[in-house]
Ligand binder design. Structure first.
Ligand SMILES: [Zn+2]
Length: 418
């Protein structure tokens, strides 16, 4: 059956949660004022999504892969390649890709993993590191680029690099950064030993360059933590994913705020659309995002949207901030409900994972979802939220079900059998 119905997945990053005591046992979605998300539930079908399977806490990378129908258990090669691709660095077979934080070191002690969430000057810092390491390390090319805020990506390109190495970023503050060493299974492997040495050399030389840099002298003079280190983690290798359009026969766009997910979109050869005022923070312009979705709707069959802010509130354990961000998602969805042609659109509201304020991290909890638009049969649920969606007709689905289900609603599914 052929159809020209468009499909949208609208994700509030980390939007799902658990009951919050200070909210009288409501979740942040339930406590937020969300007339538009409720309208989606009331006009459509609701249920629960478990992207990589029941009870598996996922990252944004593995979750978006699962939701788009690319099995992360088969295809995931670490976070680094997505982060690198997201800032425009191609990761080739044989390369190692890392995500990095600009961090603050005093001696070897990490005093601030995010260098005060540095928001400007990292382009100059990254350029200085590239210049200082332009001859490479032990015959290995060093490609280093800033991402948003304190984030950056590192790619090592050369012969016989081995990904079986440990982290440098200790993930906590007040302790020494870690020396990179081969993983136990590769402890005696000369390639892994050499690769770890190259990573350590990168960290040492980047530290030297960054510590002396005027941007950091300036920060110190202002009493700000200098971004005087780049600490790699999340090593990964080249990813081999079938392009989205080839897999589904749909032209696809991504309007997302984080480079990690943009990197996945780039790997899938989707149109990754940047919205200038989409900051990825609590101050993001949700209306600019919504308008970009309407523009993209005109010439794409499929759009994935992600607003990042609810996840940040969850990680900070800040229920009020999370509620405010969920209300931003609601306003953007409200704009779409007004602006799009719903006789030719099917849209799913979801999160990529839950980030409960009580955990300050991602949980393996199911995610409330609601689908509205063409082909959808309203099920009697009248509200979007953890309790309400549990009663919906979609029931419980996992990542591989999502694209199939949407294609079916949209009249784009292929018949199985005669
Ligand atoms: Zn998160």
């Amino acid at each position: 059956m052929s159809s020209d119905c468009k499909m949208i997945i609208f994700i509030g990053d980390g939007m799902g949660g658990r009951p919050v005591e200070s909210l009288g046992g409501k979740t942040t979605i339930e406590a937020a004022n969300t007339p538009n998300l409720d309208a989606v539930a009331a006009g459509g079908e609701s249920g629960y999504l478990h992207p990589a399977g029941y009870g598996i806490p996922v990252g944004s990378d593995t979750s978006h892969m699962a939701i788009l129908g690319y099995d992360p258990f088969t295809f995931y090669r670490g976070r680094g390649p997505f982060e690198a691709k997201g800032v425009g660095i191609d990761v080739l077979p044989g390369d190692l890709a890392f995500r990095c934080n600009f961090s603050t070191l005093e001696g070897n002690v990490v005093t601030d993993r995010r260098a005060g969430r540095i928001s400007s000057g990292t382009d100059q810092l990254a350029a200085a590191v590239r210049e200082g390491l332009k001859d490479g390390i032990d015959g290995v090319e060093v490609i280093f680029k800033e991402s948003v805020e304190h984030r950056a990506a590192l790619v090592l390109r050369g012969e016989n690099l081995d990904h079986r190495i440990g982290e440098v970023d200790p993930h906590v503050e007040g302790v020494d950064y870690w020396e990179c060493v081969p993983l136990p299974e590769a402890a005696d492997d000369p390639n892994a030993i050499r690769t770890a040495k190259i990573v350590n050399e990168f960290v040492a030389r980047a530290h030297e360059i960054l510590d002396a840099h005027p941007v950091n002298q300036d920060r110190k003079a202002k009493g700000l933590p200098p971004a005087n280190a780049a600490l790699p983690r999340g090593v990964g290798t080249a990813v081999d994913l079938e392009a989205f359009e080839a897999k589904y026969g749909l032209t696809g766009a991504m309007i997302v705020e984080v480079d990690l997910v943009r990197g996945l979109g780039a790997y899938l050869s989707m149109d990754v659309i940047h919205v200038d005022d989409a900051t990825g923070g609590a101050d993001t312009d949700e209306m600019a995002i919504a308008k970009a979705v309407v523009d993209a709707w005109a010439d794409h069959d499929f759009i994935l949207v992600n607003i990042k802010a609810p996840d940040l509130g969850g990680h900070d354990g800040d229920a009020a901030a999370k509620i405010a961000s969920i209300e931003k998602v609601d306003r953007a969805v409200g704009y779409l409900l007004e602006a799009l042609d719903w006789s030719r659109t099917t849209m799913m509201i979801a999160a990529d994972h839950c980030t409960p304020c009580s955990m300050m991290d991602h949980s393996g909890d199911g995610i409330p979802i609601a689908v509205i638009g063409y082909g959808v049969r309203p099920d009697g649920v009248t509200e979007y939220g953890e309790r309400a969606c549990a009663g919906g007709s979609v029931g419980h689905i996992t990542g591989p079900d999502v694209m199939r289900m949407l294609a079916s609603y949209a009249g784009r599914a292929h018949k199985f059998g005669a």
